[in-house]
Each structure stands twice: as structure tokens, then as C-alpha cells.
Write a protein that binds this ligand. Structure first.
Ligand SMILES: [Zn+2]
Length: 302
């Protein structure tokens, strides 16, 4: 018995700009106003096997199968990003699972125009991308990403977010991970600048008395369809994961145990704390960390 689930539909939380942080090149700093000479580094490449089928060019790496229309250069860079991000996210969140290759590769479909994305996926162009998974009996039976590929910076950011959903499914292959945890952890994979923007916006909303109670957030089965509620859902989910990471000495594993505890029910204390107390501690942390200009994110910890 398998279950099919789609993530990030609709992906409605959009701030002014997504910052570009691909990790693919060195950051050069200017000193005394004179930019240093670029350091020549070998360009990292993934070995790709190229074929064609069903009107698609196909490029296969160790864990991914990219379906595209003559976007070979983009695919070469995306393959490096996906393989590197897969290793990094698995090591961070699923260290006990190791980094062995997937026996079932993740198919990645790239659509070069918003129109083609919308026509082929039947989803609005402004959703940019989504993950599609089939899980059951402790196994992931199908992994797939559908992404718009008309903006390289954006496809890289969206790919890392969606890939986080795909990776988390390995741990939650018996019972689907709750929406808040899935999105909160995926947001935590995104560039710190975007998380900071979201935190500032959320702190203002909470000050105005808006936002979900933790009981509502942790019980939510579907994405809110109203844009403002959707934004609150994403921002609160991301913020709660950040808060839990800051509270847990065993960090990522502690957060996943919290999520699994919440799956069992919300009536008993989670990690020894009632939901009411946790909500008040999280709000105090949010206001304090926003006033201080940020928090030390888990990814930045030594
Ligand atoms: Zn998502």
C-alpha cells in the first residue's frame, strides 16, 4: 500500500527576491576598493549519461535523471548542485542513513518556459516547482521534481527546497511527515537571508496578534489556500524548526524525534513540555531573536 503526496502546492510564500547562493563558486571580496584577481579553480562536474526518450533529452547522474529540452549547460550545473545538496542534507538530517546512492533515482523534469510548466503539470506557473513522492511499507517508491528552468538562480533555490522534501521521505516512509515539519525543514535548507526576511515579517505579524496556535499548526493536514494564511503557515513552520534546533543539544535528530512525537498525538507533553508552554517560549524566542537581528542558525553552528 503506497501513498502519493505532493509538496509545495501552492508554493505561495514569496518575498521580494530569492538570494542566489549556489555554493558553486568562491566569494570574492574587494579590499581597498580593488577587487582581487579571480582565483581559477577547476569546475566541478558530475559524470552524466546522456540518452533521449519520449521527446526529452535525458542526463543521468548517480542519483538523478534530468529530463530537459536542450539545456545541457544548466543540467550540468544542476547535477552538481543536486548531488552535493543530497549528500549535505542527508548528512545533516539523516546521518544514520548514510549517503549510499538511491536504488530508485529521482526524476527531475525541467520546463524552459512558464507556459510549458503550466501546460504539462497543470499547476500555476508561479508555483515554480514541486516534489512528487510515493511512499509506503517503509520505502520510497517514486521520487520526482517538476521545476521551471527559465531562471537559473531560482531553479537552484527551488531545487534545494524541493530536494529536502524528497530526502526527508526516506525517514518518513511509513507515515507521511506532517506538513509543518516538511516545510519548516525545507525552508531551513534555504539561504539564511531569506529565512531572516521571513522571521522579521513573522515577528511583526505575531505582534499584531495574528498567526496560528501551535496546536493548529501541528494539526494542519492541508496547505491553507488563502495567501496570507499560507504565508503565515510557511513562516511559522520555518520559525518553529529554527526554534527547536536552537533548543535541542542533539539538534537535527532531536527535532525529528519531536516531529515523530507530535505524530503520535498532541495531548501529551512533547519533549517534556506542554504545547501551551512551548508556544509561549517560541514566541518569546522569536521576538528576542528578531530584536537582536537574527539567530545563530543550525547550519552556522560549529
Ligand atoms: Zn516545500
Amino acid at each position: 500500500m503506497t501513498a502519493s503526496c505532493r509538496r509545495c502546492l501552492p508554493l505561495i510564500f514569496v518575498f521580494a527576491a530569492w538570494s542566489v547562493s549556489t555554493g558553486l563558486g568562491p566569494v570574492l571580496r574587494a579590499e581597498n576598493g580593488v577587487p582581487p584577481a579571480p582565483v581559477k579553480q577547476p569546475v566541478k562536474q558530475e559524470a552524466l549519461r546522456h540518452t533521449q526518450a519520449n521527446g526529452w533529452h535525458i542526463a543521468e547522474s548517480r542519483n538523478f535523471r534530468f529530463h530537459h529540452h536542450s539545456q545541457s549547460n544548466l543540467v550540468a550545473r544542476l547535477a552538481v548542485l543536486c548531488e552535493d545538496s543530497r549528500t549535505a542534507i542527508r548528512q545533516r538530517w539523516l546521518s544514520a542513513y548514510g549517503t549510499a546512492n538511491w536504488s530508485i533515482k529521482c526524476d527531475v523534469f525541467l520546463y524552459p518556459t512558464p507556459t510549458e510548466y503550466q501546460q504539462k503539470t497543470r499547476f500555476p506557473a508561479d508555483s515554480w516547482g514541486f516534489a512528487d513522492l510515493e511512499i509506503g511499507e517503509g520505502k520510497v517508491w517514486m521520487r520526482r521534481l517538476d521545476l521551471r528552468s527559465d531562471n537559473e538562480a531560482r531553479v537552484f533555490n527551488v531545487a534545494v527546497h524541493e530536494l529536502t522534501h524528497v530526502i526527508l521521505a526516506d525517514r518518513f516512509a511509513h507515515k507521511q511527515i506532517p506538513r509543518w515539519a516538511d516545510e519548516g525543514i525545507a525552508l531551513n535548507s534555504e539561504p539564511p537571508a531569506r529565512q531572516k526576511d521571513m522571521r522579521g515579517w513573522l515577528a511583526a505579524e505575531i505582534k499584531q496578534g495574528r498567526g496560528f496556535t501551535l496546536h493548529q499548526l501541528l494539526s494542519m493536514q492541508q496547505y491553507p489556500q488563502n495567501k496570507h494564511l499560507g504565508d503565515l503557515f510557511y513562516a511559522q513552520s520555518g520559525s518553529l524548526v529554527e526554534f527547536l534546533l536552537s533548543q535541542n543539544s542533539d539538534s537535527e535528530e532531536g527535532v525529528l524525534r519531536f516531529v515523530e512525537g507530535a505524530q503520535q498525538g498532541l495531548d501529551k507533553p512533547l519533549s517534556g513540555v506542554t504545547l501551551t508552554k512551548l508556544e509561549s517560549e517560541w514566541k518569546a524566542w522569536l521576538m528576542k531573536s528578531h530584536a537582536a537581528g537574527g539567530v545563530q542558525l543550525a547550519a552556522d553552528r560549529p
